[in-house]
Design a protein around this ligand. Sequence first.
Ligand code: PEP
Ligand code: MG
Length: 567
Amino acid sequence: MRASFTGRSVSRGRAVGRALLVVGRKRQFFRAEISEDRVEDEIARFKAAVAYASKQLEALIAKPPTQNAADIFDAHLLILESSTLLDGVAEVIRTDLVSAEWAVKTVTDKLVSTQRASADVHLRQKAVDIEDVSERVSNALAGGKSPLPPLPPNTVVIATELLPSTLIEFADSPPTAIITERGGWTSHTFILARESNIPAVSGIKRVTRRFDDGDLVVVDGDTGTVTFASKEEFERAVAERDGSAAAVGAVDSDESTDTGFRLYVNTDSTTKVARALEKGAVGIGLVRSEYLFPGIKGWPDEERQYRAYKAAAEAAAGREIRIRTFDFDLDQVSFGGREPEKNPALGMRAIRLGLARERNFRIQLRAILRANTEGNVSIILPMTAGVQDIKQVRNLIDDEFSRLEGIHFPKIGAMIELPSAVLVIDQILKYVDFLAVGTNDLVQYTLGVDRDDEMVADWYQSLHPAVLRSIARVIEAAKAAGKPASICGEMAGLPFYIPLLVGLGAEEFSLKLSSLAVVRRILRSLDRTQVEEIVRVVKDLDTTQAVEDALVAAYRTYWPDLLLTRT
Ligand code: PEP
Ligand code: MG
């Protein structure tokens, strides 16, 4: 019998392809081969990157951001200029015929594991420094562009955890399927995978040890299983895919867009803005700004940000576009001699990070404000805990606005994702123009379940009574204050939840483009009395299971189709 691995479905569909292992935690790589005649060019590219990284470090040593930082950067410079690294990488490029990125990774990984195995605590700690230097050189190699070459056709990407930014870098050569160990249904990677119809299975333990580059695999995103494929099976699937590619284009030709509800689209890329509007979105409800700059680690400079926001605002053609300030964590933007945070989801991230790095945050706020020449740009603040956060950001926005000319003051909204924000929602509403209920994070923080941790996926319950009460409470408070509240996050795009959300009072949804047509169809078919009846039944139920059973029973009667679109 063929080996079969069972995980969890995180994006539906079935695909056959050739395995390619993608490795790396902070920046991801795969083994990209080069021809022999490119060896010297590749070594020269590596040396130029080292020279650039040295200059950066020298500048940091001359003007250290904190008192002890100069010592750390001194140590980094020593590592960077050591022959172990310089000669080692050149040697790997020459003998293995691989890209400079892969060679840097190979050499530094080896150094890191040697240090980690050392009995001496100082040497063990040095592993973090080597990782930082490796990251700095990789960044320099990228030069602000994507460091990853395109994926070969029919590739199944396999990774312990695939970063969303890596998937975005593959936008022009998307994988056929994805298999990972970590990452749950609401991980950004799988939100993106579903949007691009890439089947994906997560939760396969030690996944990178079970497959090798070049293995032929079948990924069944409907059942959450992976098996090995025969050569014939692979060839048949490729031929079928090539045939059906020609037929694509016959997508949703939805007639009327009027549902009586306001439907916005979430996007991670400027180019999708116009498409969303063509498909009938009233505007862009959420731009996850951290994904607009693939290939760049750290804070993008003001001009680059301005260009991206301006392009997005222009593509929105007068419709509202809500740009969320960076929702990344410290690990995603920093270099320099520190251990990763133990709980990044609870750590220095989102507006906390913005407020702690005020100079960088002001740059982003200024770039967004400058893009608001037509008055259609709004700002959303991620992970607001309460009024104090909003007041502090508001002061920065007011200050930056006062120095600029020829622009409109933006509407300001808060993401409601923390239980604290739900509890003080009446107070928050006094300081913002609108709310966006981030259901992905609201479930995570209300139930204390890491949304990216596959192991606790059973406890990540969107239908938990506490989550439903929170959503109802926010909508009710927003209505009382006369301000809009959109339901954002994956719940808003999943047909199964729509009647319930409508019953809880939702009138505005912000969802991914690929869900727009189906959600619109459902909204058009809903009957208010049936929806109210569902909520009456569900309101007092005290377990997730009871809520789910009640919904299934109601749907069986009123909308049997919805039971097929559960996940
Ligand atoms: C959410 O948390 O629901 C949300 C929309 O934001 P993100 O998924 O980017 O955290
Ligand atoms: Mg969120």
